[in-house]
Design a protein around this ligand. Structure first.
Ligand code: ATP
Ligand code: MG
Length: 198
């Protein structure tokens, strides 16, 4: 067994919410990981084609606020440092080179797992790493794509929260309390993120 095993939960985190944090924590506990890193996508090309994604620097700050009180959840800015469109194969290569002593476990929600075949490399980079898949409300009973045949399914508490729902509520001027950590809510409110321009 490698000395250090770390989970990687990649995402847009626009904004981070309790579903992310609880899933990350429960996977860490279930697999005995040393930590889980939230890997903030620089330019999630599949999303930025469809909507205006909040600047990466702001999403990094939101993730830092969300995890500040928890030393076992860490924000990873590697994709932002690398720049350009998000490309998991490149991220994994970079992290393996930066931290040769660490075994990284890729963590995917079931919706993300079913979309792996749409990645630029068809998800081939995941064949070489351990993968954990967590169920998510609304994702349905998904069969994992064949290339995730080696993935471990980890049962986690089902939290029906999405960043889309948080953005929708904020846009409508509704409360996002209890869906995101208070520190995230403070930034969203103070900076009027996700509010409709009038
Ligand atoms: P959006 O609605 O903008 O797509 P999201 O809530 O899906 O946002 P992402 O940043 O796209 O959040 O998700 C990052 C990762 O976290 C993905 O693997 C996703 O499946 C997982 N995830 C997000 N929300 C949950 C949840 N409530 N429970 C379990 N996994 C989740
Ligand atoms: Mg999503």
């Amino acid at each position: 067994m490698p000395a250090v095993r770390v989970g990687l939960l990649g995402g847009t985190f626009d904004p981070p919410h309790l579903g992310h944090l609880l899933a990350a924590t429960e996977v860490r506990e279930a697999l005995g990981l040393d930590a889980v890193r939230l890997v903030v996508a620089n330019d999630p090309w599949q999303k930025s084609a469809e909507r205006r994604v909040t600047p990466a620097g702001t999403r990094l700050r939101l993730c830092a606020a969300a995890t500040a009180a928890d030393p076992l959840l860490v924000v990873d800015d590697v994709e932002v440092r690398l720049g350009g469109v998000t490309w998991t194969a490149r991220t994994l290569d970079h992290l393996h080179r930066e931290h040769p002593e660490v075994e990284f476990v890729v963590v995917l929600g079931a919706d993300a797992a079913s979309r792996v075949p749409t990645w630029r490399d068809g998800g081939a980079c995941l064949r070489r790493v351990p993968v954990a898949v967590v169920d998510r409300p609304g994702a349905g009973e998904t069969d994992l794509p064949g290339l995730l045949g080696h993935a471990t399914r980890v049962p986690v508490t089902q939290v029906d929260v999405s960043s889309t729902e948080v953005r929708r509520r904020a846009a409508e001027g509704r409360s996002i309390a209890y869906l995101v950590p208070d520190a995230v809510r403070s930034i969203v409110e103070r900076e009027r993120l996700y509010r409709r321009r009038s």
